[in-house]
Design a protein around this ligand. Structure first.
Ligand code: PBG
Length: 350
């Protein structure tokens, strides 16, 4: 038998048409082949805590975000845990009267953030707590550390020493992870050593490893009042935060944090730095966190308010892109809204 006797033979077969659309044909097929998902369990909610008993105070440039008093903070944490959110990152709003050039309030064992850690841990012990280690909520100049004697730069080693003591206070209060966001050299090793020496070997370190000197932090600085302290939203932190132009330098600096003992590495901001996320994902086997920062959140809300973007779809796509680029966990101000929407669809993922 030769080919000529097969039915339909004779004419030359056309080249097969490659049809990638077959796997996009129905939503069920699309679900089956989906490579990346976002669930509530991937998200960490950043929360702002303030002194006093006043009602929640909206942050102007961050719709849906509030500064909460301690009681409201605890209630919010209960609500987040019930929605399946596993972690929160706490940021204190320090009253201006408590700020000074040395940021001494950071080492006050009775300071707001430590009271908040104790209260949340007591009420919602299953929630994983991340607390920020940097001096900007406490310094009158708004920098993340103390200044050199001539006031022209942040003093690296003097700052690291304070941050190490601060970390021990946070561990003592019950935080699960200290999160140094200061970008000083050698801070991760110093924090690890201080925590171990003080008897807190189980307290983890989420290192803000590739943190860029970004204009996207503007709304956050308004939220915690560090912009007012500095007299400008765009306080220049370029002697410690990374140059947005530099990829190799970012990866090298992040890998130093790994070698110094960080448990989790972070890239921040997230959306404009997806290449960094991917490259760090490939360069390290540690879990990688991404911080979708205040300006990324504000941008999406602002465009949605104008009717130019669909809020939910843009939100979901922005988070999916961050996961696809390589983030295991995402700090995002959208955490509660997304978890609420997912709960309404029986916990389905984005
Ligand atoms: C401070 C800190 C900042 C953010 C988190 N921790 C701001 C800064 O470095 O000036 C920004 C978070 C955001 O914009 O959402 N160490």
């Amino acid at each position: 038998m030769n080919n000529a006797s097969l039915p339909g033979a004779g004419a030359a077969l056309p080249a097969p048409v490659l049809r990638p659309r077959r796997i996009r044909r129905t939503s069920a097929i699309r679900d089956l082949v989906q490579e990346t998902r976002v669930t509530a369990a991937d998200l960490i909610a950043p929360l702002f805590v303030k002194e006093g008993t006043d009602a929640p105070e909206p942050v102007g440039s961050m719709p849906g975000v509030f500064r909460l008093n301690l009681d409201d903070l605890v209630a919010e944490c209960r609500a987040l845990a019930a929605l399946g959110i596993r972690g929160i990152a706490l940021f204190p709003v320090t009253p201006p009267a408590l700020k000074n050039p040395l940021g001494t309030e950071a080492l006050n064992p009775g300071c707001l953030v430590l009271r908040a850690v104790r209260a949340v841990k007591a009420a919602v012990p299953e929630l994983v707590l991340f607390t920020d280690i940097a001096l900007d909520p406490y310094t009158s100049h708004g920098h993340d550390g103390v200044l050199t004697p001539d006031g022209t730069d942040v003093d690296n080693d003097a700052t690291v020493e304070i941050l190490a003591r601060m970390s021990v206070l946070h561990a003592e209060a019950g935080t699960d992870f200290v999160a140094p966001s200061d970008m000083m050299d050698g801070r991760v090793a110093a924090l690890r050593a201080a925590l171990d020496a003080a008897g807190y070997p189980q307290t983890g370190i989420l290192a803000y490893s590739a943190k860029f000197a970004s204009a996207y932090y503007g709304p956050f600085r308004e939220a915690v009042g560090s912009a007012a302290a500095a007299g400008t939203k765009l306080l220049d932190k370029r002697t410690y935060q990374l140059n947005p132009a530099n990829r190799r330098e970012a990866i090298a600096d992040a890998l130093l944090d790994e070698s110094e003992g960080a448990d989790l590495l972070m890239v921040k901001p997230a959306g404009p730095y997806l290449d960094i996320l991917r490259e760090l994902r490939d360069a390290s086997s540690l879990p990688i966190a991404a911080y979708q920062v205040s300006g990324e959140y504000a941008q999406i809300h602002a465009a949605a308010e104008k009717g130019w973007l669909d809020l939910r779809k843009t939100r979901d796509e922005s988070l999916l892109a961050i996961r696809r680029a390589g983030a295991d966990l995402i700090l995002t101000y959208f955490a509660k809204a997304l978890a609420t929407d997912l709960a309404a669809t029986h916990g389905r993922a984005v």
